[in-house]
Structure formats: structure tokens, C-alpha cells
Design a protein around this ligand. Structure first.
Ligand code: ARG
Length: 459
């Protein structure tokens, strides 16, 4: 097919260059947004009298027909086309003749593509946010069931202090709440209309940018035409918000992988969300979590692609920017895929409370509480710390735990110890008396859950 811009050229473009240049294989997915953008543009051209209103109507009807035909499958995308914008305009002209050729008045593909990507991503952000919200709600629901499920809390992956599974889950809910905030910030800044920036220098036609802005439900038009066509901050900002979501999902996945190992056995994944091995019959692998962890790297790669693609570009549009789409679309697709698989995997996992409780009992994670017991009886913390250290050493040497060490042994190290020490170092006591704001005590976690549910209503 002859190029729309063939007039200036004496030769056909080399077929390799044609393929190299073409983006329809990946920008074809924006067909709906391209058509909606063109309908708004055509409406504006008619309303302002830049083209005859009757022709504007015909263009709108023609575009609507193309949209229907693409959706029904009656019209197939021409993979030989340079991009989705050229394809739709060519199809319109095929259907309407000269009228179709008027659509691109006072517009460039540069403002057109900037518009389409914004429109497309605006819809995607809504879907991503809905999934992140669902995951946060799922965590609130699970946490509410596990406000008394004792587990070891870790630092350095060493058992540290007793917490509850509910408390642990709510840590992730807080990360996701911040993710929702970041998505909403990105969506807000993205919601500006670049249409009317033209190729780079606006236009001499009396266009009405406020009209297309309101027709397309943007908050405002972009304020500088050079920036309007050459800004891809909105892709980068979204990719970074998505990268952070993926990083959170990856940390969570890492824990799920550890928890489902025989060494931990804190949870058991449902058969529907695990896979077997082709050679080892005993295996049940946490592939979903592993893939989420792996794909976090891939999405981070998308972010790096975008930032490095943009970092040296002079103003305004450069063809390099066509590379934005595969990266941001991949980030968007990947995060949606991961979230929508991760959520049911988490929901269906069996929580093995007894194993969590048993692991919490083995690592002297009540040692801080033992020292605090002495402090509450008047001993300075550093002395109490030393004595407790000696007790732990004794337990290790004699194969005991602080719970099973006889009172006589305690009393050899300090006369302040009494029979009530066993109550003070009970794991349940240790977790449930940590009722400081944000802590693991039942009421504290319940407060965290209701606060979270309240915050989530904003999204
Ligand atoms: N396919 C191009 C892109 O994705 C559309 C813009 C082309 N503009 C141009 N001046 N060649 O960026």
C-alpha cells in the first residue's frame, strides 16, 4: 500500500525498514482508544467549523462503524500498516473517500499517539487498582481470622519476637495501600489532554482544546505543545508504581515459597495453585509465587527500558519513543497477570497454625520478654539482658527452652525470678501484651484491620 506520506519520496521504503518501523503488532491493542480520540477530534473539528459539521458527522459514524467491525471481527487489522493510527485513518478513507481524509486536519500522529497511550493507560490503571484493592481486602479478611495465630517474627531471617499471622499479613496490606496511593497519583498526573499539541508547535487552526478535554474526560489540557508530544513521564511514573507493586508481591512470594518448604511448613498451597515435578514424586512446587518473584525483575526491566529510552532525547517527538509501548504494556499485563493469580493462590492456601506455633516456641523469641520481666521488677535493662543471655545459653547447653527450664535455675541467676515468670514468657502473653499502636496484640491488629478497611474505601 502506498504510504500516506509518499509524496515527498522518490523511492519505496525498503521492506526491511517497513517492518522495522511498523508498530501495529503492538500498538494495535489501542484501537478503541485511538477511535475514541479521533471521534472527539472530529467532533471538535465540526463544532469549531474547521470542517463542515456534516462531514464531521460522517467521520464519527465511519469511525463508530470501524470500531464495531473491529470488535465483531468483521474487520481485521492490516499488519502491513505502519501503526494503528495509520490503519484506522486509511480504513476510514477507504470507507468515506475524501471525507475520511479530513479527519487528520489540525492533528499530528505525535499528539495522537500521546493521547492514545494516555487513554489506554488510564483504563489500565483502574484495573490494576481494583486488583491491588482486592488483594488488600483479602489480606484484611485473612488477618481477621488470624489475630491469635502465633508465629515467629523474624529479623535477619532469625526468629526474633512472637507476632501473629494476622499481624504479618497486615504489613503487606499497608504496602498495598501505599501502592494504591501511587497508582492514583500517577493516574491524576496522567489525566491531561495532549491533543491539540500538533506535531510539536500547536496549530494555526482555531481548535478548541477545552472541548476535546471535556469530551475525553481529562482534567485539563497539557500546557505546552512541545511537552505535550514528547512527555512520557506518565509511562515512567506508572511503570515505577507497578515496579513497586511487583517488588511487594515478590517479597510476599518469597515468604510464601519459604513458608511452603518442609523446613517451615507454615502454609500448604492448594493443589490447584501448585505444580508437581516431572521426576520427583514428592514435590509440590510454589510456581505461582516463584513466577511472581521472577516477573518482578522483568517489570523492573520495563521501567529501566523506559527511563533509558527517554533520558537523552532532545525535544520534541523522536521515533525512539515508539519503544515506550512494549515496555509499559508488558508492565501492565504482567502486574495484572500476577495479581489475578496470586490472589486466589493466597486465598486457598491452608494455614498450618500448629507449625507456626511450634516454630515460635523453639527459638527463644520470648527472651526479650524474660528480660523485661526482670526490668519490671526493678532491674536495669542491661543487667536483665545479660542474665537472660546466660539463661538462654544454659537452655542451649541443656537442651531446654525458657518455658521448660526449672525455676531453681532461674533463681540461681536472680532472686527476682518467681513462678509468675512462666506466665510472662508464654508466647501468647508476649504477643498479646504488645498492644502498642501497630503491634501484634489482638486488639491492635483488629484496629489495624478496621483502619485499613476504612482507607481502602477511597479506592
Ligand atoms: N507509531 C508511532 C509511535 O508509536 C506514532 C507516532 C509517529 N510519529 C511520527 N512522527 N513518525 O510513536
Amino acid at each position: 500500500m502506498a504510504k500516506m506520506w509518499a509524496g515527498r519520496f522518490k523511492k519505496e521504503v525498503d521492506s526491511k525498514v517497513n517492518d522495522f518501523n511498523s508498530s501495529i503488532s503492538f500498538d494495535g491493542r489501542m484501537y478503541r482508544h485511538d477511535i475514541l480520540g479521533s471521534i472527539a477530534h472530529a467532533t471538535m473539528l465540526g463544532k469549531t467549523g474547521i470542517i463542515d459539521p456534516a462531514e464531521s458527522e460522517k467521520i464519527i459514524a465511519g469511525l463508530t462503524g470501524i470500531l464495531q467491525d473491529l470488535e465483531s471481527g468483521a474487520l481485521a487489522m492490516d499488519m502491513e500498516a505502519e501503526d494503528i493510527h495509520m490503519f484506522i485513518e486509511a480504513e476510514l478513507t477507504r470507507r468515506l473517500g475524501d471525507t475520511g481524509k479530513r479527519l487528520h486536519t489540525a492533528r499530528s500522529r505525535n499528539d495522537q499517539v500521546a493521547l492514545d497511550v494516555r487513554l489506554y493507560l488510564r483504563d489500565e490503571v483502574k484495573e490494576i487498582s481494583a486488583l491491588v484493592k482486592t488483594l488488600a481486602e483479602t489480606l484484611c479478611g485473612m488477618a481477621a481470622e488470624h489475630t491469635e495465630t502465633i508465629m515467629p517474627g523474624y529479623t535477619h531471617l532469625q526468629r526474633a519476637q512472637p507476632i501473629t499471622f494476622g499481624h504479618h499479613l497486615m504489613a503487606y496490606a499497608n504496602m498495598l495501600l501505599r501502592d494504591l496511593g501511587r497508582l492514583s497519583d500517577a493516574a491524576g498526573r496522567m489525566n491531561e489532554n495532549p491533543l491539540g499539541s500538533g506535531a510539536l508547535a500547536g496549530t494555526t487552526y482555531p481548535i478548541d482544546r477545552e472541548l476535546t478535554t471535556s469530551l475525553l474526560s481529562f482534567d485539563r489540557p497539557t500546557q505546552n505543545s512541545l511537552d505535550g508530544v514528547s512527555d512520557r513521564d506518565f509511562c515512567i511514573e506508572l511503570a515505577s508504581a507497578i515496579s513497586i507493586i511487583m517488588m511487594h508481591l515478590s517479597r510476599f512470594s518469597e515468604e510464601i515459597i519459604l513458608w511452603s518448604s518442609w523446613e517451615f511448613k507454615f502454609i500448604e498451597l492448594d493443589d490447584a495453585y501448585a505444580t508437581g515435578s516431572s521426576i520427583m514424586p514428592q514435590k509440590k512446587n510454589p510456581d505461582v509465587a516463584e513466577l511472581c518473584r521472577g516477573k518482578a525483575g522483568r517489570v523492573l526491566g520495563d521501567l529501566v527500558t523506559l527511563v533509558s529510552m527517554m533520558k537523552s532525547l532532545p525535544l520534541a517527538y523522536n521515533k525512539d519513543m515508539q519503544e515506550d509501548k512494549e515496555a509499559i504494556f508488558d508492565a501492565v499485563d504482567t502486574v495484572k497477570l500476577c495479581l489475578s493469580t496470586f490472589i486466589p493462590m493466597l486465598k486457598t492456601a491452608r494455614v498450618l497454625k500448629e507449625n507456626m506455633r511450634a516454630a515460635a516456641a523453639k527459638g527463644f523469641i520470648n527472651a526479650t520478654d524474660c528480660a523485661d520481666y526482670l526490668v519490671k521488677k526493678g532491674m536495669p535493662f542491661r543487667d536483665a539482658y545479660k542474665i537472660t543471655g546466660a539463661l538462654v545459653g544454659l537452655c542451649v547447653d541443656t537442651g531446654k527452652t525458657l518455658e521448660t527450664l526449672p525455676l531453681s535455675e532461674y533463681q540461681k541467676l536472680s532472686g527476682l525470678f518467681d513462678g509468675d515468670v512462666y506466665d510472662a514468657i508464654k508466647l501468647e502473653t508476649c504477643a498479646m501484651t504488645r498492644s502498642s499502636l501497630g503491634g501484634p496484640a489482638k486488639e491492635s491488629v483488629e484496629r489495624q484491620i478496621s483502619w485499613m478497611r476504612e482507607q481502602l474505601k477511597a479506592y
